[in-house]
Design a protein around this ligand. Structure first.
Ligand code: FPP
Length: 226
């Protein structure tokens, strides 16, 4: 969800104004996804690298995320039966945000509907490092000295039991993934738009779905078996 800062600056407003508009755009995106067949969606809301911004901006982004989760996302979890996952370095997040995350996780425990994934305090490098540490611990406990397999590695990621993304859509004009799910996006179809995230419109997703449907995917094989 890139481009909040530029969106605000173009209007002569502080960056925090853009992040607030970005959070409103996220609510519109959830509504839009509700009207599609998309079963899993991940919103990359705050990266471990975003933590290097100045304290004021980090505080403002995390405050906005906490407020919108608690006031707008929490109430629709039960209403719409959403499953929810939060992925990232939870230990880096402030207490009030962790409290809302905990509340939402409890509310969604038995839900069966679409899955909303929020990547907050997320960095793909941290995720892989964490997975390696989890595996080392398990292997030590089980006295298992066999080499780690790709399947074991993927099962130790925060995204366990979440299918790899079919498609990634980045706003804001840059053509990069910025530490987003480096292993899981190996075969994702990548879409980039110059639009800034606060200008999100349902049409953006519909366009991606339409383009995606035209793509022949072979996951590294040939098309004979697909
Ligand atoms: C990147 O734009 C955006 C962020 C670092 C923050 C994104 C957060 C939200 C949209 C709020 C999400 C809300 C919930 C409830 C999860 P940027 O600041 O890098 O923009 P720029 O490239 O124009 O400077």
């Amino acid at each position: 969800m890139d481009g909040n800062g530029r969106w605000a600056q173009r209007q002569g407003m502080p960056r925090s104004y853009g992040h607030e508009a970005g959070a409103k755009a996220l609510l519109r995106a959830i509504d839009a996804i509700d009207e599609t067949d998309i079963e899993y969606v991940t919103f990359y809301a705050f990266s471990t690298d975003n933590n290097n911004r100045n304290n004021d901006e980090v505080g403002s982004i995390l405050g906005i995320i906490t407020y919108f989760l608690s006031e707008y996302v929490k109430p629709i979890i039960s209403e719409r039966n959403y499953r929810v996952r939060f992925i990232g370095e939870m230990r880096m997040l402030p207490e009030p945000l962790l409290d809302v995350i905990n509340d939402i996780n409890n509310l969604a425990l038995n839900n069966k509907g679409k899955m909303l994934v929020f990547a907050i305090g997320y960095g793909g490098d941290y995720e892989v490092a964490n997975a390696v540490n989890v595996i080392i611990k398990q292997k030590n406990m089980l006295l298992d000295d066999k080499p780690v397999t790709p399947e074991e590695l993927k099962k130790a990621l925060y995204t366990v039991n979440i299918p790899d993304p079919d498609a990634v859509l980045r706003y804001g004009g840059y053509k990069r993934l910025s530490n987003f799910m480096p292993l899981q996006t190996a075969y994702s179809e990548l879409f980039f738009t110059d639009k800034l995230w606060p200008d999100f419109d349902k049409e953006d997703i519909l366009k991606v779905i339409e383009e995606f449907a035209k793509i022949k995917r072979n996951f590294g094989g040939n098309n004979d078996n697909v």
